[in-house]
Design a protein around this ligand. Structure first.
Ligand SMILES: Nc1ncnc2c1ncn2[C@@H]1O[C@H](COP(=O)(O)OP(=O)(O)O)[C@@H](O)[C@H]1O
Ligand SMILES: [Mg+2]
Length: 526
């Protein structure tokens, strides 16, 4: 069975509106593009549909999933309508206009001005390049202006991100949509924090159950994160992660050319993790963002004055600074009579204002009481859940203990085996090293013996060469005296032939015979 969460195209609502298509579908509601038959114009319609506790019967009627959600649904529904009524009091070109609310299909609807044009996320994706400083200023100046107006009236947006800002096709104006306040109230009631935080865009105080920690600085962080995303590929790391280990790369330390350093520093300032260290108000932040571009600020202001203007309705009781700024800049200078009349009217208004103020305070007191009750209920529910979870964990722990012991024993055996293997491998390595050393020693000895033999061989060869040389020298000498030896032999024979008496001693022999020379006479006797 398919679960249909949204109304189909062609469905009609209270006879006046025909659904064209779904624009978005979140945890707390659906947004449709529709046509208003009476005025023949396109409108956006938001439908209260908290997915966790509601479902759609017969493709239209909204029902709760269990009777126990009845109060939660009713409470959320009231807040949804209340927030719409609050939003309807703002007239600002950069805050989406609320036309009306109505009930149908057992839920409530808000009819909004349809902003034709992409949301900032789609615009950035289509741009395929980094936006210029001028393009960013054209977003920042009007958006901070709209936020200042909201904050003066003590209203927070609570869900600023690129998908919740549309850029009006005709004028290029950014328009703030999807105020998270009613979602926030609803999540406080049901304890579903995840649905109201937008990863990367929500500061960490948005995760806390205590909404008292939230203020202008919460929206300032989210707008800072939106600008960070516009200049880099994505939003900053999620705030809860940043709290433990902040890995954000500040814009000032990124290679971003053509952007004012003051602007980058102002965005980094807005993205400070600690709420108290951030700009505390738009009045504090905006001048830093636009520092160095007074012209852009002026031209924006002029454009705004030509447009529909801006003011807070009865919600703040007094005219906002923006209203005052507007009337002053418009150059309206009343005459004396008109001043008196205005003073009288003002007195009356102040009287009525005091009454209205008292009523508002009373409403606020009631609201606080309701919230306290809801919180108490949530706390009790959370405690019950925690107890159930603890019990389940305890059971699981017990069940797991036996298999855990087995697992531990197996792990210990594995460890022992691994240690034994390591020891064996070490021993083997030692043995191999020893063997290699012995082999090395043997080879060195062989090398030394071979060297010695070679040397001896060389010496022997040298000795032989010397001998040969001496022999040759001797032979050369001998061949230089060829007759000497026969002559010597001759003289010897002659002396043998001579009688003994003629034989003198060696000293009596003629000197020539001793010299091996011999005379021609002696040669003739032979
Ligand atoms: N008034 C509007 N005009 C034009 N588009 C809108 C309007 N309201 C919402 N949208 C589009 O529908 C999307 C979802 O609507 P949104 O109000 O943000 O609800 P949620 O985020 O809770 O689903 C927005 O991102 C935007 O693109
Ligand atoms: Mg949205």
């Amino acid at each position: 069975m398919t679960i249909i969460d949204t109304l189909g195209p062609g469905s009609t609502l209270v006879g006046d509106y025909k659904i064209i298509r779904v624009l978005g579908s979140g945890g707390f509601g659906n947004t449709y593009l529709a046509v208003d038959h009476n005025l023949s114009r396109e409108v956006a319609i938001k439908e209260f549909f908290p997915r966790d506790i509601a479902f759609r019967e017969d493709q239209t009627t909204v029902s709760i999933k269990s009777p126990k959600f009845k109060d939660n649904f009713k409470w959320g529904l009231d807040r949804f309508v209340q927030e719409a009524k609050l939003l309807a009091k703002f007239r600002h070109p950069n805050i989406v206009r609320v036309f009306r609310t109505f009930e149908a299909n057992h839920t409530s609807y808000i009819v909004l001005d349809y902003v034709r044009g992409p949301n900032v996320e789609a615009w950035l994706q289509r741009l395929k390049r980094r936006p210029t400083q001028q393009e960013l200023d054209e977003l920042v100046a009007p958006l901070t202006d709209a936020l200042a107006l909201l904050h003066e009236a003590k209203v927070l947006h609570r869900d600023i991100k690129p998908a919740n800002i549309c850029i009006r096709e005709e004028t290029g104006d950014p328009v703030l949509l999807d105020f998270g306040a009613s979602k926030y109230s609803m999540s406080e009631m049901t304890g579903t924090t995840a649905a109201i935080v937008s990863r990367g865009y929500s500061p960490y105080e948005a995760y806390a159950s205590d909404s008292k920690q939230q203020g202008a600085w919460t929206d300032i962080y989210a707008l800072g994160a939106t600008l960070y995303r516009a200049l880099t590929d994505g939003p900053p790391p999620e705030a809860t992660e940043r709290l433990l280990n902040d890995t954000i790369v500040p814009l000032r330390s990124q290679p971003l050319q053509g952007l004012r350093p003051e602007f980058l520093a102002a965005v980094d300032w807005a993205l400070t993790v600690q709420p108290r260290a951030r700009p505390q108000s738009i009045t504090e932040w905006q001048p830093r963002l636009l520092a160095g571009n007074e012209e852009a600020t002026r031209s924006w202001q002029a454009r705004r004055l030509q447009g529909s203007g801006s003011y807070v309705g009865e919600s703040s009781g007094t005219p906002s600074k923006a209203t005052v700024r507007m009337s002053e800049s418009a150059g309206a200078r009343p005459s004396r009579h008109r001043s008196v009349a205005l003073a009288l009217v003002l007195l009356l208004v102040l009287g009525g204002g005091a009454l209205a103020m008292w009523q508002i305070q009373e409403q606020q007191r009631q609201e606080i009481r309701r919230q306290d009750e809801a919180r108490r209920y949530n706390e009790a529910e959370a405690q019950r859940l925690a107890e159930a979870r603890r019990q389940a964990e305890e059971d699981a722990r017990r069940g797991n203990e036996a298999s855990k012991a087995e697992e531990d024993a197996r792990r210990r055996t594995d460890l022992k085996r691994a240690e034994e293997e390591a020891r064996r491998a070490e021993e083997e390595a030692r043995r191999q090293a020893k063997k290699a050393a012995a082999e090395e020693e043997r080879q060195a000895a062989a090398r030394a013996a071979a060297a010695k033999a070679e040397q001896e061989e060389a010496e022997r060869a040298e000795r032989q060469a010397k001998k040969r040389e001496q022999q040759e020298q001797r032979e050369a000498k001998a061949s230089a005296e060829p007759d000497e030896r026969p002559r010597r032999r001759e003289s010897k024979r002659e002396s043998e032939r001579r009688p003994r008496s003629y034989q003198g001693s060696a000293s009596q022999r003629p000197a020539s015979s001793g010299a091996g020379g011999g005379t021609p006479q002696m040669q003739g006797i032979r």
